[in-house]
Ligand binder design. Structure first.
Ligand code: FEO
Length: 401
């Protein structure tokens, strides 16, 4: 049975949610599920904006059929060719033989690569700034390459001022009936997942997001319809400001996240004591995460949130403890920048984790590593406790700047 919601009189949400999938992209845990949004415009012509993941195909086709109510489908707009949004193109072509696919040159190359479909006579290729009239509604297309694939474009409907934004402004999390941002508590229930989605999926492409934001800044936007997560119909400045911060690699909060690895509890002990010292110095909302039991995508989310990080790790195989090394490699892959960092290393003999963590951080832009690097020989001693005290002082002073 259909399950739809009206965005406006002429635009209907025809997406759905998957609460069974454990790992998005077979990589990122999504305990709150994920929504795949799709939209249908009814006018003199009809158009679907992107399809959905194959996991919710049945719901999608029931939604289309109900919304069309016997009418034919004229266009499928393909803003993004990742399979969580394009898995139903071939079936739509079969069900709606008059339907044409609207995309750009890269879109059609990817359709061919994924599906090898014969699209003779069924394509409309658009370039930057081209428009498509559906009657009262008129869609204009703007390219947003690498947000987060190269073929990505967004569609702006000028009559109702709706931006169909592809992956941009999306979030992990299933939609539970409330699909609009004013129907839910975004700060409490969604912001962490939206940040984690941005950081891990789009985070590498900050400069491209900045380019897209500048391009869109000239549009009068009343509603943002992303492919995942809530639809935004008020308070757009809040969301745009988050994207501006994240894509400039600026922290949302002036606070400390302590990310530690600990084999037998001694490095964890140092992390706890540092947190207490920071709290006594007046630092609030300190985060403390065990990198062995916290998924790296959550750690990346914390990097996007916090201005200061402390990385604490044992030396392992004459290198950095694997879970911490994995996190640092992810930071490099995602092009993370502009954080102030404290380091704690541990090693019963030959501690090298601190030096090697610093070398990796030196390869990232704008990472300011504070002195001293705290060295534990197996466990905290009077000498290393004094170093820890000095590191707490350096962090507190930096936070106060
Ligand atoms: Fe939700 Fe880049 O796909």
């Amino acid at each position: 049975m259909y399950c739809t919601r009206k965005i406006t009189e002429g635009v209907t949400w025809i997406g759905g949610s998957d609460r069974r999938l454990a790992l998005f992209e077979n990589l990122f845990p999504i305990p709150r599920g994920v929504a795949y949004n799709s939209y249908l415009i009814l006018d003199e012509a009809t158009a679907v904006i992107d399809t959905v993941d194959s996991s919710i195909s049945r719901q999608f086709f029931e939604n289309i059929s109900h919304t069309l109510n016997g009418r034919k489908l004229d266009y499928l707009i393909v803003n993004h060719m990742e399979p969580d949004h394009c898995a139903n193109i071939d079936e739509l072509l079969l069900r709606y033989p008059d339907m044409k696919i609207v995309g750009n040159a890269k879109t059609f190359t990817m359709i061919s690569q994924f599906y090898g479909l014969d699209l003779e006579g069924r394509t409309v290729t658009v370039k930057e700034g081209d428009s498509l009239s559906l009657g009262k509604h008129r869609l204009s297309f703007y390219f947003a390459p690498m947000v987060h694939w190269p073929e990505v474009m967004v569609a702006y409907e000028e009559t109702e001022k709706i931006l169909f934004s592809a992956d941009a402004f999306g979030s992990f999390g299933a939609l539970n009936g409330n699909i609009f941002n004013d129907e839910l508590d975004f700060d409490k229930d969604w912001l962490d997942d939206a940040r984690r989605y941005y950081g891990n999926i789009v985070g590498k492409y900050g400069p491209q997001v900045q380019t897209a934001l500048k391009k869109l800044s000239g549009l009068d936007i009343a509603v943002i319809c992303p492919l995942h997560g809530p639809v935004w119909r008020c308070d757009l400045g809040y969301l745009l400001e988050k994207y501006d911060l994240w894509s400039r690699y600026e922290a949302e909060e002036k606070t400390v996240a302590i990310l530690y690895a600990s084999m037998y509890g001694d490095t964890e002990n140092a992390a706890n004591i540092l947190a207490a010292k920071l709290a006594e110095a007046g630092v609030k909302s300190i985060a403390l995460h065990d990198v062995s039991s916290t998924h790296v995508s959550d750690l990346i989310g914390e990097v996007f949130r916090c201005s200061h990080l402390v990385l604490a790790a044992p030396t392992y195989n004459n290198g950095i403890y694997p879970a911490m090394l994995n996190f640092l490699h992810d930071c490099k892959a995602l092009n993370l920048q502009n954080r102030t960092i404290g380091l704690i290393e541990n090693g019963t003999w030959g501690p090298v984790a601190g030096k090697q963590m610093k070398e990796l951080l030196d390869g990232l832009k704008g990472m300011n590593v504070l002195e001293p690097v705290v060295t534990l020989k197996s466990a905290l001693s009077d000498a290393s406790l004094e170093q820890l005290d000095n590191l707490a002082g350096a962090l507190a002073a930096s936070l106060a700047e």
